[in-house]
Design a binder for this molecule. Structure first.
Ligand code: ZN
Length: 144
């Protein structure tokens, strides 16, 4: 079974705009979904580990500062009202990753309605790879 997070980490799948942030344990980039919510970033662990509870102490310690910096940079870069950060391990072989989801102005207040917009090509906040790459560069420049 292939793991998309491993494919991104190994460079077999290149997110639009390339890597935004990378260290020994984590890599942050724009999402690679065919339907893009503008500014939807994904942080993947470099190690193939299925559950957040199985992270090493070093992986977990590195996670907090990246979450704070990534959320701040994203909020600044796209002018988001809020940035949601979550981990949803649905597929059996897809390893630990965190979604950074901007709530753009005019989006519904309910977070679950924002998540519905992530996979909708009818959403006014959808974008293609070119715009996603531009957002990635803006987030890179806004990194605190
Ligand atoms: Zn993996």
């Amino acid at each position: 079974m292939t793991c998309l997070a491993c494919d991104v980490g190994a460079g077999r799948v290149r997110p639009p705009g390339g890597t935004i942030y990378e260290d020994e344990y984590w890599q942050l980039a724009h999402s690679v979904s065919p339907v893009q919510l503008r500014g939807w970033l994904v942080l993947v662990s470099k190690r193939h580990v299925l559950d957040v509870g199985a992270l090493t102490a070093d992986e977990a310690a590195a996670l907090g500062p990246i979450a704070a910096s990534g959320a701040a940079a994203l909020q600044s870069a796209v002018g988001a009202e809020r940035v949601y950060v979550c981990s949803l391990g649905r597929e059996p072989h897809l390893h630990v990753h965190f979604h950074f989801v901007p709530r753009h102005a005019g989006m519904p207040d309910a977070p679950l309605d924002v998540f519905a917009a992530m996979w909708s090509n009818q959403s006014p906040w959808a974008c293609g790879d070119e715009e996603a790459a531009a957002v990635a560069e803006t987030v890179r420049r806004a990194w605190p």
